[in-house]
Design a protein around this ligand. Sequence first.
Ligand SMILES: C[S@@+](CC[C@H](N)C(=O)[O-])C[C@H]1O[C@@H](n2cnc3c(N)ncnc32)[C@H](O)[C@@H]1O
Length: 306
Amino acid sequence: MTHDDTTAGAVDGPGGTPPGPSPVRPEPNVTPAAPSPAADSDAAPSPAADADARLAPAVTEATPPPAVAVLPPELAGAARTLFGDRIELAAAYAELLATDGVLRGLIGPREAPRIWDRHLLNCAAVAERIPEGATVLDVGSGAGLPGLVLAIARPDLTVTLIEPLARRTSFLIEAVQHLGLTKMVRVFRGRADEAANGSTGVGPLSGDVVTARAVAPLDRLSTWCLPLAVRGGRLIALKGASAADEVAEHAQTVARLGGGEPEVHRCGEGVIDPPTTVVEIVRERMVGPGRPKAAKRSGGGRPRRR
Ligand SMILES: C[S@@+](CC[C@H](N)C(=O)[O-])C[C@H]1O[C@@H](n2cnc3c(N)ncnc32)[C@H](O)[C@@H]1O
């Protein structure tokens, strides 16, 4: 099957690329695509592409074979607490990340032994902040973190994974199928702003909760993510030690975007060590996109020519 990697929002179906972009994918119709080395290089250069280059070390002959992500015995209790009877599904995803995810350059080979603590448990802990039955949009999912983990831990959620890079969305589509999550998880190929304004022909999308991990500083993240939240909905940004500093630095921008006072919470306390730190921002007011500045007027009152 060919895969149209150049069109943001294009969907692969059994018959090839359907006319017109339709990035929210009803997964049962998606045929797994072989990763194309040219996929991301076809896309326009973007900060996302830069991030991809940083996250995706070239797989060379020297790259060690991927390790299978065995759940370390000391983390078994936490994993059972956070995933409950979905722990086998979590294990299947961990293995997919440690094998295919590494081979396809979505996570570094050194991450494989740390998949449970640094990725799965760290992300699953955030589920405690998400209301029952919520619709969740995960911005910049990458290989599915935290969105796919939340879908595994919480079968009551409906999750959309928002990711602009083709190589990553191919992996996500296949992972969702492999894990049997096609009814509750969709993959949107495009940027957060495209998801919010519907410019790819799908949407606009919105959800009760917008999650993001390792995507951007809080001001940029709020610009991208708050428009995706319903009024009264919230952004939950997974942040590390920088959380309090980012809140102090960007609170004014957040307020200008219609967000409430950012709050810092620690998730998974008493279950994982360290707990996951999140910044939570409620979308209190609906603020539209800023108006472009009016052209300066010359003496004659006409807009000045550039
Ligand atoms: C460093 S990765 C983090 C991936 C994942 N969230 C994780 O924690 O492993 C950042 C991701 O954000 C995506 N991204 C960058 N800009 C974006 C935007 N404007 N909208 C949506 N995703 C974006 C990139 O393509 C990349 O997959």
